[in-house]
Design a protein around this ligand. Structure first.
Ligand code: SF4
Length: 361
């Protein structure tokens, strides 16, 4: 997908012009309350540009789904946002501070400006109501000016847009296959022509053939309708294929952010390199697959240094005591940022350590 490049730099200056950015997240922090709170999202910043696909990758438990809920303001106790800002620039040029929207404003915003597609279509659909009725409910709530005939014809058009026979308006969710249900959920998410769609593992529960069909469908619709996508999954191979830019999360932080096409061969962070080694090469070249040993840190205690240090084969002294900053690597096609001391000239030269450039195997 060759949409315009996104700017994302962590707390540093954004690279994108303000008019191109549709969603700006700054220093987002989320905790799960408890005797010892878990810091699930620790200072995530990014910018999503109009019309692009931003992939967010990482192992389960890295905070990517919690981030999705924070972006949509759908966090529920014991999770709560403890810091950060979220700004949305509408296609009309209005800047909305998402954290200050009241419940009614949020309800409107969620369908008309930003919508979500989550993993389980069955949970998103009402099992005892026909598909047509569920579309009708959306239109009745958000487009009260629409008459019955218009609601029905719009529903039929949306179903056809995602490759489902328009006659299915009278079907119940259980009468559809898993792939069809997920298509229905995608059509619902697009019903009010949002500017941003957040997709959290939208095809994980489906077999690979159906997954491919749905991804192709999403790509076609994005080109046709021009919305931006934040696509969240543990499947880095999939993200490399469909994203313009990719943010890799580890232990609640973005540890590398890069153009997707280049990341596959030039990842700068040892964790990203490990992820890339753990799935088959997209080009079909045979190679040894290696998982990343160990497990992520317990986020009930803030790691004193790099959160990846216990699993990193390149760890050196500073990694245990100081947290690496997300730095722009100055690579062509950037911004390309990574949070690793090996890419920080200060630490690297002090330790006599080499850069991670070219280390990926
Ligand atoms: Fe590894 Fe150190 Fe870089 Fe962390 S900062 S990824 S431990 S080399």
């Amino acid at each position: 997908m060759n949409a315009p490049a996104t700017g994302l730099t962590g707390p540093a200056e954004p690279a994108a012009g303000p008019r191109d950015v549709v969603l700006r997240a700054r220093d987002i922090r989320v905790e799960y309350d408890g005797e010892r709170p878990t810091r699930a999202v620790r200072g995530v910043s990014f910018e999503l540009r109009r019309g692009e696909v931003l992939g967010i990758a990482g192992e389960s438990g890295c905070g990517k789904s919690t981030l999705a809920y924070a972006l949509t303001r759908m966090l529920k106790a014991p999770a709560r946002m403890t810091g950060g800002s979220l700004t949305f620039r509408t296609r009309e040029g209005e800047e909305l501070d998402l954290l200050s929207l009241d419940d009614e404003e949020l309800r409107t915003f969620r369908w008309t400006r930003l919508s979500m597609v989550f993993q389980s279509a069955m949970n998103a659909l009402n099992p005892v109501t026909t598909i047509g009725r569920q579309f009708g409910d959306i239109f009745r709530a958000h487009r009260p000016d629409m008459g019955k005939d218009e609601r029905l014809s719009r529903t039929r058009a949306l179903l056809e847009m995602v490759g489902i026979d328009a006659g299915r308006t009278s079907s119940y969710p259980h009468e559809l296959s898993g792939g069809m249900r997920q298509r229905v959920v995608i059509a619902m998410a697009l019903a009010l022509e949002p500017e941003v769609v957040i997709m959290d593992e939208p095809t994980t529960a489906l077999d690979v053939v159906v997954q491919r069909e749905i991804l192709d469908e999403v790509e076609r619709l994005r080109e046709e309708l021009g919305f931006s996508v934040i696509f969240i999954t543990h499947d880095l191979g999939l993200l490399l294929e469909i994203s313009d830019r990719l943010a890799v999360m580890y232990a609640g932080e973005i540890i590398e952010y890069a153009p997707a096409e280049e990341l596959a061969t030039r990842a700068a962070h040892p964790y990203t390199q490990g992820l890339l080694r753990s799935f088959p090469d997209l080009t079909g070249v045979r190679r040894e697959l290696r998982g990343i040993p160990g497990s992520p840190p317990d986020l009930r205690a803030e790691p004193p240094g790099c959160a990846f240090a216990d699993r990193c084969e390149h760890a050196f002294d500073p990694c245990r005591s100081s947290a690496p900053r997300l730095l722009d690597l100055g690579r062509p096609g950037g911004p390309w940022t990574a949070a690793c001391h090996l890419n920080d000239p200060g630490h690297r030269s002090a330790a006599g350590a080499p850069t991670t450039e070219g280390r990926q195997s």
